[in-house]
Design a protein around this ligand. Structure first.
Ligand code: ADP
Length: 499
């Protein structure tokens, strides 16, 4: 249980599961914009607040500047009213006001420490030239601004060389003094702190909600995959053998379809394996049953003549031979299944091999009064497994001899083109009914069971041959007319194609 929990947590933390990835995605999509939005709003507020504050103070300073001029404060800074006004202003905005006259001399400092000193700074000079500056230093926490003290009444008229008269503008000549103000931004910082606290509380609530939504949504979205896994596990554990159905997402439907097809294929394989096992048992039991019947009947007779013993024993020997043949064929088939990829490929003279096989089978043909003809169209050397090729050729020729008629014939033709060689076996035998043509390669299939048994067939020869042909990446085809004969054609690549 703990191991399972750790496994789940590990998958979550390492983001290897679909669920954790969906979770992360929703989380990022939800949280990043909210953080960016908070920061954007705060910065915007700060800019707006500084702007507003500067504007308000500037307006107040302009009024004071007018008063200054009226009272001629720049020339005789003794007016208590003005001083009080300036002190009030600096108290109100938690700042410091310096009044600088035309000689860059500080005539009033609300802090009272710099009076009488000279100040020549860039901002002050610029202000004398008519440009008032406002500067915000967020790091040190103050706003600094310069306000020109402009005398609007002293309109001077200038006459230029051509005699044009222009009225003096509010230019540099009219700036009589400068007010240099710096004030603390503590008010703005305070408001921002309150705002930021509220925003963080809101953001935390939002993050909790987003985490909850992400957790639920990731569970919902990855749910179908978990259900597919559960259904597959149930099949794998053997609780069910039926096709599964998880009709949620198109993706899971595809997985389920593929799995069901695999299940179907496995079922077919399982069925064929069961059928094969029952066929094998049946085939192996038949000779044993015959032997038991023969032996029992001998035992039941007290004084059975020696000839009867001999006859029955000969029958028993032939049943033993049959049992042996079935086991040999079965072993060949099993070996073929196992070693399809383990062929022992060598360059084999196909004509020579065919002649050797025919030489071995001619005595049987002679016994059944069947003529065997061999025709070699051209010399063929091919890359094949000689043992398996021998199995293919001898099974086909043996069948053609076995399922023939009296005075019949068998014709074997070896030919080749630039890619394949062909091995063709035609006969004048009993033929194969059309409906059986597709089944003759199945293990233990025989058109006429008793006839095949009579002539010693096991029903495995063509299954072995087909497997061997396929292992060489070749083809086997058959054409047949009942009562007239059959023709088997094997086509195999001259050069072995590795799988
Ligand atoms: P068997 O050991 O019975 O010959 P095979 O797998 O070699 O088994 O052949 C399967 C069945 O196909 C045979 O039982 C027979 O009915 C049919 N058959 C195979 N070759 C021929 C042929 N040349 N002519 C007629 N029937 C054939």
């Amino acid at each position: 249980m703990i191991k399972k929990l750790f496994g789940f947590l590990y998958q979550y933390i390492s983001f290897r599961s679909l669920r954790s990835r969906i979770f992360l995605m929703i989380l990022l999509v939800g949280i990043i914009p909210s953080i960016l939005m908070r920061q954007g709003i705060m910065r915007n507020y700060e800019e707006r607040a500084v702007e507003q504050r500067t504007l308000t103070v500037q307006n107040q300073l302009k009024i004071v500047a007018d008063h200054l001029l009226n009272e001629d404060y720049l020339n005789s800074p003794s007016s208590n009213v003005i001083s009080a006004e300036l002190d009030m202003l600096s108290n109100l905005y938690d700042g410091r006001v310096l009044i600088i006259n035309g000689n860059f001399k500080i005539i009033k400092d609300t802090y009272g420490i710099s009076e009488g000193k000279t100040i020549i700074s860039e901002e002050v000079i610029k202000c004398f030239l008519g440009e008032s500056v406002a500067k915000y230093d967020a790091e040190n926490g103050y706003i600094e601004m310069t306000t020109p003290i402009v005398d609007n009444k002293s309109n001077e008229t200038v006459t230029d060389a051509e005699g044009n008269v222009t009225e003096g503008s509010a230019g540099a000549s009219k700036v009589k003094g400068v007010m240099l103000t710096s004030m603390s931004n503590s008010y703005i910082v305070g408001t921002m702190e309150v705002l930021s606290r509220k925003a963080i509380i809101l953001e935390t609530i939002m993050i909790i909600i987003i985490v909850g939504i992400a957790f639920i949504l990731s569970g919902i979205l990855s749910g179908p995959f978990e259900r597919v896994t559960k259904a597959i596990n149930e099949v794998q554990a053997g609780y069910s053998n039926e096709p599964i159905s998880v009709p949620d997402l198109a993706e899971t439907v595809h997985i389920v379809d593929a799995f069901n097809q695999l299940l179907q294929r496995m079922k077919v394989l399982d069925d064929s394996r069961q059928e094969f096992v029952s066929n094998v048992s049946h085939e192996l039991k038949t000779p044993l049953t015959s032997m038991k019947v023969l032996a029992d009947s001998l035992l039941m007779q007290d004084n059975a003549p020696a000839e009867l013993y001999r006859e029955f024993l000969e029958d028993i020997v032939s049943e033993i031979d049959r049992e042996n043949r079935i086991i040999t064929d079965l072993l060949a088939l099993v070996k073929m299944d196992k070693t399809t990829s383990e062929l022992n490929i060598t360059a084999v003279d196909i004509n020579e091999l065919a002649e050797l096989i025919l030489k071995r089978l001619r005595p049987i043909a002679r016994k059944l009064d069947v003529e065997v003809v061999f025709e070699s169209i051209r010399p063929v050397i091919a890359e094949v497994d000689e043992v398996k090729m021998t199995l293919i050729m001898s099974n086909l020729v043996e069948n053609a001899i076995k399922y023939n008629k009296e005075h019949g014939w068998v014709k074997v033709v070896v030919d080749a083109d630039h890619q394949y060689f062909t091995f063709e076996v035609s006969d004048s035998g009993i033929g194969i009914p059309e409906e059986s043509l597709t089944q003759i390669y199945e293990r233990f299939y025989r058109v006429d069971k008793s006839h095949s048994r009579e002539i010693g067939g096991t029903g495995l020869g063509l299954a072995i041959s087909k497997n061997a042909v396929l292992a060489h990446r070749g083809f086997i085809t058959v054409t047949s007319t009942e009562g007239e004969g059959s023709c088997f054609l094997v086509k195999i690549p001259l050069n072995y194609i590795a799988q």
